[in-house]
Design a protein around this ligand. Structure first.
Ligand code: LLP
Length: 417
């Protein structure tokens, strides 16, 4: 995906300097080649599994359309993500509506669309039942189980520990399936968990699968016929350039355990996965222009993108590699790359060795395709930036940059002030 020509960083066959000139900065730039490579890796590693793309990682329609056209389904966490998925062309049979706090109107939209639900509470089960009855629909569901497993990742993105807000504890699973079995408009067909994100070991996934397998056996005895066992997403990517497990590595360990677990069941469930970050994370860079270099107790490089566009470093202390895009080599110095936001926490990268940086240089922040644009905001009155797709020597604007008009588009000033 990357190369250097005369020191300039290229994404596929396009110069980042030209992209910045044509589309302005900051700008998110995605490689179609890398996206397809990641999709292919999952298809090859898990040919028989249903792969649901976690839309929260990146909700750009062009990227979602590429993912949908490769036969993936979608994991959606809100009615907005459901809307995007249907628009992008994901088949409703392959959409799972996740979420721990779905509103009645979101549930209604999911039921009308005919998608499947991962149910997070008994209250939600009853809401689904009553809306499905009113709509005259039969809805296939899974319950989200909290398997109480440590995914060994950042605490803010660990979701399957006992104290987490997500899912039902194992002890409540049987009762939940029993209740669902007695309902007319609800059919329990699956079992689901998602233990966390940016996971760099296979063992937590294996433990989660074994836990679900154990519960699956117990609920089969109640009369549940299982169509799917969904172990969620969470496979980490190589942010630091030190190597990470791949879908292939995960499949090698997970699939034999899946065979073992399913051979112990009467039904013949399919394995479901919900990758987000490992599909889109490394496909995209955030290109940002240096507004100023300041030498105080640190060498600060002040760029035009901040946590308004990439909140991960500020929110989780995440590491993203940073490179100077418009030239290479020469004398190096240690720099801290900061954004334009009026907060001390607006640091994108701390103490990095980079070729000597000057005002006007272009900086590329790598691996920004997952939870980058999708977590962006207009904080400090900054319209969101553009997104560009690269394929070979072609480029296309896949999201127009916002304008000042977007800052005020939905605001109203009451006439009585
Ligand atoms: N399935 C469910 C139910 C999820 O909640 C998530 C992510 C995924 C799948 C996809 O996980 P992935 O394969 O992307 O790890 N904003 C954080 C990550 C939050 C993840 C939330 N749930 C970050 O920037 O690291």
């Amino acid at each position: 995906m990357f190369s250097r020509k005369n020191g300039i960083l290229f994404i596929e066959d396009v110069s980042t300097v030209e992209i910045a000139e044509k589309y302005g900065t900051p700008v998110y730039v995605t490689s179609k080649f890398q996206l397809e490579k990641n999709i292919e890796a999952y298809k090859k590693a898990f040919p028989k599994a249903e792969k649901l793309y976690a839309v929260k990682a990146n909700g750009n329609l062009a990227l979602m359309r590429i993912i949908a056209s490769n036969g993936f389904g979608a994991d959606v966490f809100s009615s907005g993500e459901l809307y995007l998925s249907l628009l992008a062309g994901f088949s409703k049979q392959k959409i799972l509506f996740n979420g721990n706090s779905k509103s009645d109107s979101e549930i209604e939209m999911g039921i009308q669309a005919g998608v499947k639900f991962s149910v997070d509470s008994l209250d939600e089960l009853e809401t689904i039942r009553s809306i499905a009855e009113r709509e005259g629909k039969e809805i296939e569901i899974a319950f989200r189980i909290n398997p109480d497993i440590d995914p060994k990742t950042h605490p803010k993105i660990a979701t399957g520990l006992k104290e987490s807000k997500f899912g039902l504890p194992e002890e409540q699973a049987l009762k939940a399936y029993e209740m669902a079995l007695r309902m007319k408009n609800v059919v329990p067909k699956g079992i689901h968990c998602h233990i966390g994100s940016q996971i760099l070991e296979t063992s937590p996934f294996i433990s989660a699968l074994r836990k679900l397998g154990k519960i699956a056996k117990a609920i089969e005895k109640l009369g549940v016929e299982l169509d799917f066992i969904d172990i969620g997403g969470g496979l980490g990517i190589d942010y630091e350039g030190k190597g990470a497990i791949t879908p292939h590595d995960l499949a090698k360990e997970l699939l034999p355990v899946f065979e073992e677990v399913s051979s112990d069941l009467n039904s013949d469930p399919m394995l479901w996965l919900e990758p987000g970050r490992s599909i889109v994370g490394n496909t995209t860079v955030l290109l940002t222009r240096v507004n100023a270099v300041k030498r105080t107790h640190r060498n600060f490089v002040a760029v035009d993108a901040g946590f308004n566009l990439l909140i991960r470093p500020a929110m989780y202390g995440s590491y993203h590699r940073v490179v100077v895009a418009n030239r290479d080599g020469g004398e190096e110095e240690i720099y801290t790359v900061v954004g334009p936001i009026c907060e001390s926490g607006d640091v994108l990268a701390r103490d990095r060795k980079l070729p000597k940086v000057e005002k006007g240089d272009l900086i590329a922040i790598l691996d920004a395709g997952a939870y980058g644009f999708s977590m962006s905001s207009q904080y400090n009155g900054r319209p969101r930036c553009a997104e560009v797709l690269v394929s070979g020597s072609k480029t296309a604007l896949i999201r127009e940059p916002e304008s000042f008009g977007d800052l005020v588009a939905r605001q109203r000033i009451p006439e009585w002030i």
